[in-house]
Ligand binder design. Structure first.
Ligand SMILES: *Cc1c(COP(=O)(O)O)cnc(C)c1O
Length: 389
């Protein structure tokens, strides 16, 4: 039986080749250090796990949840948004619980994109923006982000006819894979652009709480009048170490949220109520817990940047996310560098073009291993004579 044609349009998995080489290296017994995984290496905060124990023992959590999330969960999200961003959102129709933010991100395309419509997608970017577009029959228009434009897509470079045919502009600040951050001035420009062309702003906030050096990440929903033009996707995964739990939420104006909700009603039946209770508990985490997690990533960031400096790399410390986005040595492609690292140091660094063509010439490091391991990576690079020049 032939799978659908839409699957043919999903680009091949660029990490597959690397994965194969990793398996080979492991089979040879090499001590692999994997800097490829954007998944926290420390456990979920204990009070969240405790809340889950209690919730799972309560039979009231055992039946189908309400589609849009429990009232308690949506209220907790709205309260958090008010406290964190000063944003006013009605928990009744402006918040929807998600089975992890990836679920909402993938589904939003089905709510807004008809076959042949364009979406505006950064390059490089989290692959779901591109592939969600393609699965919905749409066409991604890639907006390159790079050091020259401060990793902010240049709206005036988007051709007028493409803008007119676009339904969604997807952004993600703080950014995976580049670690770049956004700012309210830029967000206001995006809002004007979105209003002019009647485009929905989708903003992925997976890393909004993973910030360093006093930086505070803004939200589109802080801007007066933005709500009806925007959906933001929030995730419990990264800042509460809850990637496996699959919980997050979408927030935005009632009209766009209704479209997303209609798609979801017809595809899933909501997140397990016990996990929603744990999610409420997570949102009440003391700031000190998030701060100390961020401190840990910041120390790792500094260890890595310091080490890379000895090897000729001059990297600006990122203000957010647990990623470093680093240029490959001159004249070396992303894939060649990743292979060199694996062969000579047994360290896995994913090639930048795995996130899009414009990621060529870069590689990404996830700071999801401890400081000792990061120092070991630098030592191995030193021993192998790998330098930036
Ligand atoms: C990790 C990640 C997500 C997915 O988070 P879940 O809530 O676990 O689905 C979304 N966007 C980006 C950019 C991410 O890195």
């Amino acid at each position: 039986m032939r799978p659908s044609k839409r699957l043919d349009r999903i680009p091949p998995y660029l990490f597959a080749e690397i994965d194969k080489k990793v398996d080979e290296a492991k089979a040879k017994g090499y001590d692999i250090i994997n800097l490829g995984i954007g998944d926290p290496d420390t456990p979920t905060f204990p009070h969240i796990v405790e809340e889950m124990h209690k919730a799972i023992d309560d039979p009231l959590t055992h039946n189908y949840p309400p589609y849009q999330g429990t009232v308690a969960f949506r209220t907790a999200c709205a309260d958090w948004m008010k406290e964190r961003f000063g944003a006013n959102l009605d928990p009744n129709d402006e918040i929807i619980a998600l089975i992890g933010s990836k679920e909402g991100i993938a589904h939003v395309f089905f709510a807004f994109v008809d076959p042949g419509d364009y979406t505006l997608v950064p390059d490089p970017a989290y692959p779901v923006y591109r592939n969600g577009t393609i699965l919905a029959g749409g066409i991604p228009y890639y907006m390159p982000i790079n050091p020259q434009n401060n990793y902010l897509p240049e709206l005036d470079k988007i051709p007028e006819d493409i803008a007119k045919q676009s339904k969604i502009i997807f952004l993600n600040y703080p950014n995976n894979p580049t670690g770049a951050v956004g700012n309210l001035e830029y967000f206001k420009e995006v809002l004007d652009f979105a209003k002019k062309y009647d485009i929905l702003i989708c903003h992925d906030q997976a890393y909004c709480e993973m910030t360093f050096d006093g930086y505070v990440a803004p939200s589109f929903l802080e801007i007066e009048g933005a709500k009806d033009h925007c959906i933001e996707f929030f995730s419990h995964s990264k800042s509460y170490n809850m990637t496996g739990w699959r919980i997050g939420w979408a927030a935005g104006g009632a009209k766009p949220m209704k479209a997303l909700g209609t798609i979801k009603n017809n595809i899933d039946s909501g997140a397990f109520k016990a996990i929603q209770r744990a999610g409420i508990n997570a949102l009440g985490s003391p700031q000190s817990e998030i701060d100390s997690l961020n401190e840990m990533y910041k120390r790792r960031r500094d260890v890595m940047i310091e080490g890379l400096k000895e090897l000729g790399w001059n990297i600006d410390p990122c203000l957010a996310t647990f990623y470093l986005w680093i240029p490959t040595p001159k004249g070396m492609s992303s894939v060649d560098f990743a292979e060199l690292m694996l062969e000579k140091t047994h360290v896995i660094v994913p090639p930048g073009n795995g996130w899009g063509e414009a990621g060529e010439g870069f590689f990404r490091i996830a700071l999801t291993v401890d400081e000792e391991k990061l120092k070991e990576v630098i030592q191995r690079m030193k021993n192998a004579g790998i330098r930036y020049e």
